[in-house]
Design a binder for this molecule. Structure first.
Ligand code: AMP
Ligand code: MG
Length: 484
């Protein structure tokens, strides 16, 4: 049996049986590689030679590499504010692989067939949404944002029935783990303090081993998760990323971005931007993401209450005092990132915060492109003409230049900081859609070319058209969909 270089060491299966079910993937009739991330496979220490001999199909067609232990994970979650029991409805965790750098990584198959948790779903995924997850997760990684990764997308050879008949596909996703806020909500809903403790200890051991055996390890754990989410969401906000479906089951305890469904990078700056077709009330609009982060973390803290203190009121007090730090942590991280985008990296004070706030206000007023405005700030002439024509902006520009000069740094140094903080290539919605559409029509060139560019987002792309925002018409009507 091939094992393709996997070094499986599966620990999730040692948890109480409530947390998972053994689940084989569907025996697809004709699995075929569509796109394979050779660079990532190398980082994972996989055997490319063996994989190539198998036409880049690792899973599917009834294969199970040696040491794999296929399970689906149970979890719950608040979806748009409402609690539901969920679980992997169309996914299987093949196992935990130990990489050459000794990282423990989940090898997860999405679109792998029906499971016990599937409710009414068919357990399947279509090619388009899986390619979308591949492109955007790899873009996020290249931007330096913690994220799950995409190893491959294969087509299954079977149709998927949605509004139309689509080509079936399965994504192989890599993550530090798939433990979600929703998994803690599930653990808590079991009403068994022993189970909750076992699960929490497992997670601490896996993600925050330095906290094991500390005096108040559960409070420290909550604190660490709060901080890592504040940091993650600040990074999203600094790149104009909109997750689109920040339900608690889509928030990973590891601090990685997970579940790329209706997500999108914003073009024209507007804080209320929503692309998701199902987010009718704008719950997950761009500007709401930080506060939704805190809402989700509050659900997380609630699930930990029995571990924080024997007395419920005291437990609540501990949780509240930790959750209170979130706002400050978030603002600290966010201003730091935003100021780097405009070349300021020394201390910052309220005056500096105002420089950022004012710039965003001017960008909103002038409907400026989020990515290009920051990228072009170094060269006045490259800026949007509506911004340049706005006298408030020219005043802002002079104040900003004065502030830069006060840093006493060489222009070269400031330029480098700005170039490294402001991408020029992001996976813009119109580019992603065009690449997927072409790929579905047997032309993979746009997909490959887009992926090559987003892998070096801070470098000028070979195709200069990648720098252009979409047409107004596209931007006005564009909607994203959940990855079903
Ligand atoms: P998501 O919106 O992708 O986060 O999914 C929310 C829940 O719906 C998760 O429990 C998924 O496993 C489940 N789900 C999504 N699509 C399907 C499908 N096609 N079949 C079965 N379950 C699904
Ligand atoms: Mg999900």
């Amino acid at each position: 049996m091939n094992n393709f270089g996997f070094q499986f060491d599966n620990t999730y299966v040692n948890l109480p049986s409530d947390f998972f079910t053994y689940q084989d993937i569907k025996n697809f009739s004709s699995p075929k590689n569509f796109i394979f991330n050779t660079k990532l496979a190398e980082e994972l220490g996989l055997n490319i030679h063996e994989i190539k001999k198998n036409n880049y199909v690792i899973f599917g067609g009834g294969q199970k590499p040696q040491g794999a232990s296929f399970i689906s994970q149970a979890y719950s979650g608040h979806q748009f504010g409402h609690f539901t029991n969920l679980g992997d409805g169309r996914a299987v965790l093949a196992g935990e692989h130990i990489s050459p750098s000794k990282q423990r990584l989940d090898i997860h198959l999405k679109g792998s067939g029906p499971t016990l948790y599937g409710r009414r779903g068919d357990g399947l995924a279509a090619l388009g949404p899986m390619l979308r997850e591949y492109i955007i997760s790899e873009a996020m990684h290249a931007l330096g944002v913690p994220t799950t990764r995409s190893l491959s997308v294969m087509t299954t050879g079977e149709p998927v029935y949605r509004e139309t008949i689509l080509e079936g596909a399965m994504l192989t996703r890599i993550a530090s783990s798939h433990i979600r806020v929703g998994t803690f909500e599930f653990a808590s809903s079991l009403n068994d303090p022993d189970n909750l403790k076992i699960f929490c200890d497992y997670t601490i051991n896996r993600h925050f081993p330095e906290l094991i055996n500390t005096k108040d390890s559960y409070a420290q754990f909550l604190k660490a998760v709060v901080k890592s989410q504040a940091k993650l969401i600040a990074q999203w906000m600094s790149f104009g990323f909109i997750h689109g479906v920040m339900n608690t089951d889509n928030m990973a305890i590891s601090g990685e971005t997970i579940d790329y469904g209706p997500c999108a990078f914003m073009n024209t700056y507007h804080p209320e931007t929503v692309y998701s077709s199902i987010d009718k009330n704008g719950r997950y609009a761009f500007t709401n993401q930080p506060i939704i982060g805190q809402w989700n973390l509050t659900r997380f803290a609630e699930s930990l209450l029995p571990l924080l203190h024997n007395d419920l009121e005291s437990a609540k007090e501990i949780a509240i005092s930790i959750l209170k730090d979130y706002q400050n942590d978030y603002h600290g991280f966010w201003y730091e990132l935003m100021l780097k985008k405009i070349g300021i990296s020394d201390f910052f004070d309220d005056g500096d915060k105002k420089i950022i706030d004012d710039l965003l206000m001017l960008m909103q007023k002038n409907q400026s492109d989020f990515t290009n405005t920051f990228r072009n700030l170094q060269d006045f002439n490259l800026l949007d003409s509506s911004l340049i024509g706005d006298t408030s902006f020219t005043n802002w520009y002079q104040l900003w230049k004065k502030r830069l000069a006060a840093q006493g740094k060489k222009d070269e140094e400031i330029n480098q900081l700005m170039m490294a903080s402001n991408p020029c290539v992001i996976p813009r919605n119109h580019l992603v859609e065009a690449a997927i559409e072409a790929a579905q029509n047997n032309n993979k060139d746009p997909l490959e070319s887009l992926i090559e560019s987003i892998q070096s987002p801070f470098k000028a792309p070979k195709k200069l058209e990648y720098l252009n925002p979409p047409s107004d018409e596209f931007e006005k009507t564009y909607r994203t969909f959940c990855g079903t």
